[in-house]
Design a protein around this ligand. Structure first.
Ligand code: NAD
Ligand code: UDP
Length: 315
């Protein structure tokens, strides 16, 4: 039985990933300090002999007993609200947390996978964004704490690969949505869905003309699993190229929920990227991967989840 260590495994993506790895027959150790994650996200794995949970801040060194075959580093605040509230923790988990988890992989001779982000491209001047684009990031703006931490993390991973011969993977994740996002984590999907479900105005930032491309979580996890199994060391974009403006997205959510919430335009946050769409030619070629879940279906599943969360909160 192979063993995988997943940092940040109690978060939105990490919990789906832990479930997938256990389903693939692995023993999984989740290491998480629960700063933005929840233990309940892992409820489906409680009682499984293949799963264990260690509460720990991975910006501080840690050890895992026994053999480890894979280390997947997902720990980091990920929503703009979270990383603006936790700027130093975000920089630390991207730098020290990456260093500590790389050290674990090196000590165990494990394969390492870093959860990087489309934010390494910043406010991109090339569209759509291929992996070869170096990005347009403001290092001293408020988002710099996240973007630069992830850029540092990528550099550190490549240094461990080149210097120590560590077997490494880097996934650049584009906007992903689905069940287990926190209703109030501030990202656009939970914000709009929660607002539409409770009849509140949908808060569109700026004029809503900025674009994003949304990937359903199951598609993302499939792409990450294929990357883990591949021999692709250079970064790979995983995301859904279906691009839309945030205003179009607000209308799509209102329609999917069946809500007549008005639109409330609010100021655009500093350095909010104007456009984002993954170029997934590389993922198609080397992983044979592309997203399968259409937006309407992904939204249906996500809205169902948030309906339940809101009903339970009211009960
Ligand atoms: P999340 O906030 O739901 O999950 C992050 C998890 O990391 C949480 O469980 C949190 O408690 C944990 N964590 C944070 N700092 C930690 C620390 N110092 N020690 C231990 N645990 C710590 O966010 P998510 O959306 O699931 O994102 C997971 C990863 O994927 C992040 O690295 C993020 O940068 C990356 N990512 C996500 C998206 C997306 O659209 N969801 C896009 C790009 C990149
Ligand atoms: N956004 C919005 N209203 C909200 C939350 C976000 O209009 O309540 C916009 C935000 O300005 C950005 C896009 O939606 O242009 C995606 O934001 P999110 O925080 O989900 O992720 P980002 O892609 O910016 O990291």
């Amino acid at each position: 039985m192979k063993t995988a260590v997943v940092t940040g495994g109690a978060g939105f993506l990490g919990s789906h990933l832990c479930e997938r790895l256990v389903a693939e027959g692995m023993r999984v150790v989740c290491v998480d300090n629960l700063v933005t994650g929840k233990r309940e996200n892992l409820r489906a794995l409680d009682g499984s002999p293949a799963f264990s949970f260690l509460r720990h801040d991975v910006s501080r060194p840690f050890e895992i007993e026994g053999p480890v075959d894979f280390v997947l580093h997902f720990a980091s605040p990920a929503s703009p609200i979270d990383y603006l509230e936790l700027p130093i923790q975000t920089l630390k988990v991207g730098s020290l947390g990456t260093h500590n988890s790389l050290g674990l992989a090196k000590a165990k001779g494990a394969r390492y996978l870093l959860a990087s982000t489309s934010e390494v491209y910043g406010d991109p001047l090339v569209h759509p964004q291929p992996e070869s684009y170096w990005g347009n990031v403001n290092p001293v703006g408020p988002r710099g704490v996240y973007d630069e931490a992830k850029r540092f993390a990528e550099a550190m991973v490549m240094a461990y690969h080149r210097v120590h011969g560590l077997d490494t993977r880097i996934v650049r994740i584009f906007n992903t949505y689905g069940p287990r996002m926190r209703p109030r984590d501030g990202r656009v999907v939970p914000a709009f869905v929660q607002q539409a479900l409770s009849g509140q105005p949908l808060t569109v930032f700026g004029d809503g003309g900025q674009t994003r491309s949304f990937c359903y979580v199951d598609d993302l996890i499939e792409g990450i699993f294929r990357l883990l199994e591949s021999d692709q060391v250079d970064p790979v974009n995983i995301g859904n190229p279906h691009e839309m403006t945030i205003l179009q997205f607000a209308h799509a959510i209102r329609e999917a929920v069946g809500s007549d919430s008005p639109i409330d335009f609010r100021p655009l946050p500093v350095d909010d990227p104007k456009a984002r769409q993954p170029d997934i030619a590389l993922a198609r070629r080397v992983l044979g991967w592309e997203p399968r879940v259409p937006l309407a279906e992904g939204l249906r599943r996500t809205i169902g989840y948030f309906r339940e969360v809101l009903e339970n909160a009211e009960a």
